[in-house]
Write a protein that binds this ligand. Structure first.
Ligand SMILES: *Cc1c(COP(=O)(O)O)cnc(C)c1O
Length: 843
C-alpha cells in the first residue's frame, strides 16, 4: 500500500500501565504499536495506511472485548430472556468510528494519533464497510442492534457472513457497472471465528418413518448432503454502557469427512470440488431489493442461516441449564421480513423430530417465540417458493408445512364456517397455477405478533395485503414505526451539528432523542441560527470535495443541495425528479425562468443488476447531467451529479450536507423509509408524498415545515379503479409534454431516439407509479421550495425545527416498543469483569 506514514523514530510510552485496555492516551499508543508489531507484523517504516488502520482497529477491539466478555458472562449467569434478531441482511457500515463513539474515546484516540503525527481521518477511511445488505431493510437491522445494546437488552443478531457483499457500483459512460465487493480482502479485525460452535446443516434427500423405542411413529430426514455452519462473531457495543452484544454471522464450509467414498476411489479433485460447492452457499449476497427470484441457492442460504441460528439458541439455552420445553421463555425471535420465515418450520422440526416433543407443545413454543415484521407493500416482493424446488431442498419442512397448513385451515373453517374462497386465499400453499409455498403466510401463522413499519403501512397491511389474516387474528397486528440510531446518523456522521447542539443543551439527547427538542429555545437566537448555517455550509463543502473526487464535477456549496439517495426503483420515482430537472432546464433555456435558484441535484443508489428499467433510470440521470452540467446557457445554475456506489460510508457524508430531502415515492408503496428520518435529523427539509413514515414525519415537524405534494394512497386507489390514462396528462399539460418530448427526441442521448423510448413509452402508456398524475403537484411544490430557500432565516428556522422535532425517529424508541409490546424483554445492566481477577481465577 501507500508510502510509510510514521516518521520514525517515535518515542514509545513508558511501560508502566497495569490496565492494558485503559482509555488513556498512553495506553492507546502502546496498544497501537503492540498490534502493529505483534498482530500485523510490521514496523512503522514499512507500514501502509491499511496496516495502521488494522493496528488501531485491534487496539480498539481489545477495549470492546472486556465489555463483550463481561456481557456474555452476565447473560450466562442470569439467563435473561434474549432477543434473536434474524435477518438475511445487516448493513453495518464501518465499525471503527462507531466503537470509538460508543466507547467514548473518539477524542483521546484522535489526540493520540495526532501526537504520533498520524492522520486519524485517513486511517478511519481505510475500513472497507461490510456491505452485507441491499438497502433500508439491512440498515434497519444494523440500527436496531445499536439500539438494543444501548438499551442494555440481551440480544443476538443472526445472519449470513457473505464473502461478497452488495456489489461495488461504478458508472461507465453513464451506465451502472457492477464489480465484486471483496470486503474481506485485507482481513476483518472485527470478527472472531468460533469453530467450536460450528453446527451441521442438512439439505435435500428424503424422509423416512420409523417407530421409536416408546412405540411412537417418528420421522427421520436422510439428507442428500450436509454442510457445516461456522459462526463469526462481532461485538456490538452500546453507547456508554457496558453492554456489548453479539452479531453472529454464519459461513458455510464443507463437512470434515466429505465424501470419503469418492476420495478412496482416488477422485481427489472431485471431492475437493464438492467442498467448493458447499462453500458457495454463503459466497454472495443476492443484489435484488424488493423483488424475489425463486433461486435454489437463495432458499439454501435462508435455510442454512436459520437452522444454524436455531441450533445455536438451543445449545445456549440448554448450556444455561434450561429445559427444552422452556425455550420460548428465554428467546424472542424476530423475523426481519420473510427471508428467515423458514425458521418456523425448522424450530418445529428441531422440537418434534430431534427433541421429541409432542406437536401441540412444540407449536405453542414456536408461536410464542416468533414475531414477524413485514417490510413491503409490493406484491412482487412477497416471497414464494415453487413447490418442487422446496420439496427437493427441504423435504421434511414441506411435510411439516403441510401439517401446519392442515391444522391452520381447520381453524379457518371453524372460524369462518367453511368459506372456501377464504381458505384458498389463506392457505400456506398457493394453488392458483403452478404451486408455491407462501412464506408470508407461514410467517403470519407461526408468529404471535405481526407488525408493519409505519402507521400507514400497518393500516394498509390490515386492510389490503394481509386482510384475511387480520380478520382471523386482529389481536396479532401492531405497528412499530422504524427509526434510525442517532449515534451513527448524528454523533458519528455530523460532529459539527453534534457539538452545536450539545453546547446548547447538553448531551442527554444522544440516548433520549426527543430531548433534542430543547434546541427550539434557540430558534430566535440569531447567533445560533448563524452557527447552524455554518455547520450546514461546512458539511456541504466536505460533500462538494467528495463529489469532485468521485465524479469530476465541481459543485457550488452555495447552491441548494437537493438530494435523492436510495435504491433505484420505479416506485421510488427517481425519474420524477428528472422530469423536474428537465423542466427547470427548459425554463432556463427558453428564458422563462425568472430569478432562478441555483440548485445542485445529487443522486445516488444501486439498481439490481437484472432490473433493466432501473439501470436505464441511472443512465437517464447521468445523461441529463452531462447535458445540463456542460451547457454554458445554464451558467452553473443547475448541476446534476450521480455519486457512484451509495453505501453507509457515503451516506454518512451525504445526509449531513443535504438541504432538501426527496421522498417522492408513489403514496402507498414505500413501507416506511428510513432515509427520510436521517435527512430530517440532520436538518434537511423534506419534499415528499403522503407515504410511509413521511406522514408521521410531517406530523412531528409540522405541516408548515414540510413540502407536501401528490395524491394520497386513497386517491391513488380511486384513480386506478376508475381507469388511469396517463396520456390525458401528457396532452393537457404543456410543460410536461415538452419534457417528455425532449427526452424522447434524443436531446439527452446524442440524438439516439431509441435509448429512453422504453422509459417514455412506459410512462405514456401504463405509468404504473403515476408520475404524470403527480407531476404538476410536484413542480408547483418545488417552486415553493425555491421561494422558501431564498428566505435564508426562514429556511434556517425550518431546518432547526426539523432536527428539533425528529425525536420520534430514533431507533431507541422503536426498540422500546418491540421490547415492551412484542418481545417482553427487559434491560439487563452489565457489570464489568475485572481483568486481573479473571486471570487470578485461571492461575
Ligand atoms: C438509510 C439507507 C437506505 C434506505 O434509504 P431509503 O431512503 O429509506 O430508501 C438505503 N441505503 C443506505 C446505504 C442507507 O444508509
Amino acid at each position: 500500500m501507500g508510502a510509510p506514514h510514521v516518521s520514525a523514530p517515535v518515542p514509545l510510552p513508558a511501560d508502566d500501565d497495569d490496565d492494558r485496555t485503559s482509555f488513556s492516551k498512553e495506553s492507546l499508543k502502546r496498544a497501537f504499536f503492540d498490534h502493529l508489531f505483534y498482530t500485523i507484523g510490521k514496523f512503522p517504516k514499512i507500514s501502509g495506511k491499511n496496516d495502521l488502520y488494522l493496528a488501531l482497529a485491534h487496539a480498539i477491539r481489545d477495549r470492546s472485548l472486556q465489555r463483550w466478555i463481561s456481557s456474555t458472562a452476565q447473560y450466562n449467569q442470569t439467563a435473561p430472556r434474549t432477543v434473536a434478531y434474524l435477518s438475511a441482511e445487516f448493513l453495518m457500515g464501518p465499525h471503527l468510528g462507531n466503537h470509538l463513539i460508543n466507547l467514548g474515546i473518539a477524542d483521546s484516540v484522535r489526540e493520540a494519533m495526532a501526537e504520533l503525527k498520524l492522520d486519524f481521518n485517513e486511517i478511519l477511511r481505510q475500513e472497507e464497510e461490510p456491505g452485507l445488505g441491499n438497502g433500508g431493510l439491512g440498515r434497519l437491522a444494523a440500527c436496531f442492534l445499536d439500539s438494543l445494546a444501548t438499551g442494555q437488552i440481551p440480544a443476538f443478531g443472526y445472519g449470513i457472513r457473505y464473502e461478497y457483499g452488495i456489489f461495488f457500483q461504478t458508472i461507465i459512460d453513464g451506465w451502472q457497472v457492477e464489480n465484486t465487493d471483496k470486503w474481506l480482502r485485507y482481513g476483518n479485525p472485527w470478527e472472531i471465528q468460533r469453530a467450536e460452535w460450528a453446527v451441521e446443516i442438512k439439505l435435500g434427500g428424503h424422509t423416512e418413518q420409523y417407530t421409536d423405542d416408546a412405540g411412537y411413529l417418528r420421522v427421520r430426514w436422510a439428507p442428500e448432503k450436509t454442510v457445516v455452519g461456522v459462526p463469526f462473531d462481532s461485538p456490538i457495543p452500546g453507547y456508554r454502557v457496558n453492554t456489548t452484544n453479539t452479531l453472529r454471522l454464519w459461513r458455510a464450509e464443507a463437512t470434515e469427512s466429505f465424501d470419503f467414498s469418492v476420495f478412496n476411489q482416488g477422485d481427489y479433485l472431485g471431492a475437493v470440488s464438492k467442498k467448493v460447492t458447499s462453500e458457495n452457499l454463503t459466497k454472495v449476497l443476492y443484489p435484488n431489493d424488493e423483488t424475489t427470484q425463486g433461486k435454489e441457492l437463495r432458499l439454501e442460504q435462508q435455510y442454512f442461516f436459520v437452522s444454524c441460528s436455531l441450533q445455536d439458541m438451543i445449545r445456549i439455552h440448554l448450556a444455561r441449564g434450561g429445559a427444552i420445553g422452556d425455550f420460548d421463555k428465554k428467546f424472542a425471535i424476530q423475523l426481519n421480513d420473510t427471508h428467515p420465515a423458514i425458521a418456523i418450520a425448522e424450530l418445529m422440526r428441531l422440537l418434534v423430530d430431534e427433541h421429541l416433543l409432542p406437536w401441540d407443545q412444540a407449536w405453542g413454543i414456536t408461536t410464542r417465540s416468533f414475531s414477524y415484521t413485514n417490510h413491503t407493500l409490493l406484491p412482487e416482493a412477497l416471497e414464494r417458493w415453487p413447490l418442487d424446488l422446496f420439496q427437493r431442498i427441504l423435504p421434511r419442512h414441506l411435510e411439516l408445512i403441510y401439517e401446519i397448513n392442515a391444522r391452520f385451515l381447520n381453524d379457518v373453517r371453524i372460524h369462518f364456517l367453511g368459506d372456501e374462497s377464504r381458505i384458498s386465499r389463506l392457505s400456506l400453499i398457493d394453488e392458483s397455477g403452478e404451486r408455491y409455498v407462501r412464506m408470508a403466510h407461514l410467517a403470519c401463522v407461526g408468529s404471535h405478533a405481526i407488525n408493519g413499519v409505519a402507521e400507514l403501512h400497518s393500516d394498509l397491511l390490515k386492510h389490503g395485503l394481509l386482510k384475511d389474516f387480520y380478520e382471523m387474528w386482529p389481536e396479532k397486528f401492531t405497528n412499530v414505526t422504524n427509526g434510525v440510531t442517532p449515534r451513527r446518523w448524528l454523533v458519528l456522521s455530523n460532529p459539527r451539528l453534534t457539538s452545536l447542539v450539545t453546547n446548547a443543551i447538553g448531551d442527554a439527547w444522544v440516548t433520549d432523542l426527543p430531548r433534542i427538542r430543547l434546541i427550539e429555545d434557540y430558534i430566535d437566537d440569531a447567533a445560533f441560527r448563524q452557527e447552524w448555517r455554518a455547520v450546514k455550509r461546512a458539511n456541504k463543502v466536505d460533500l462538494a470535495a467528495l463529489i469532485l473526487r468521485r465524479t469530476g464535477v465541481k459543485v457550488d456549496p452555495d447552491s441548494m443541495f437537493d438530494v435523492l439517495v436510495k435504491r433505484i426503483h420505479e416506485y421510488k420515482r427517481q425519474h420524477l425528479a428528472v422530469l423536474h430537472i428537465v423542466t427547470l432546464y427548459h425554463r432556463l433555456k427558453s428564458g422563462r425562468a425568472r430569478d432562478p435558484l441555483p440548485r445542485t441535484f445529487i443522486f445516488g443508489g444501486k439498481a439490481a443488476p437484472g432490473y433493466h428499467t432501473a439501470k436505464l433510470m441511472i443512465k437517464l440521470i447521468t445523461s441529463v447531467g452531462d447535458v445540463v452540467n456542460n451547457d454554458p446557457d445554464v451558467r452553473d445554475l443547475l448541476k446534476v451529479v450521480f455519486i457512484p456506489n451509495f453505501n453507509v460510508t457515503q451516506g454518512q457524508c451525504i445526509y449531513p450536507a443535504a438541504e432538501l430531502s426527496e421522498q417522492i415515492s408513489l403514496a402507498g408503496k414505500e413501507a416506511s423509509g428510513t432515509g427520510n428520518m436521517k435527512f430530517a435529523m440532520n436538518g434537511a427539509l423534506t419534499i415528499g408524498t403522503m407515504d410511509g413514515a413521511n406522514i408521521e414525519l410531517r406530523d412531528q415537524v409540522g405541516a408548515e415545515n414540510f413540502f407536501l405534494f401528490g395524491h394520497t394512497a386513497a386517491e391513488v386507489r380511486h384513480i386506478k379503479t376508475a381507469g388511469y390514462h396517463p396520456g390525458d396528462y401528457y396532452h393537457s399539460h404543456s410543460e410536461l409534454r415538452t419534457c417528455l418530448d425532449l427526452i424522447q427526441s434524443g436531446f439527452f442521448s446524442r440524438g439516439d431516439t431509441e435509448l429512453f423510448r422504453p422509459l417514455v413509452d412506459n410512462l405514456l402508456r401504463h405509468d404504473p407509479y403515476l408520475l404524470l398524475a403527480d407531476y404538476q403537484s410536484y413542480i408547483e411544490c418545488q417552486d415553493l421550495v425555491s421561494q422558501a430557500y431564498r428566505d435564508h432565516e426562514g429556511w434556517t428556522r425550518m431546518s432547526i425545527l426539523n432536527t428539533a422535532r425528529s425525536g420520534k425517529f430514533s431507533s431507541d424508541r422503536s426498540i422500546r416498543e418491540y421490547a415492551e409490546q412484542i418481545w417482553n424483554v427487559k434491560p439487563v445492566p452489565v457489570e464489568l469483569y475485572d481483568e486481573a481477577e479473571m486471570e487470578h481465577t485461571l492461575r
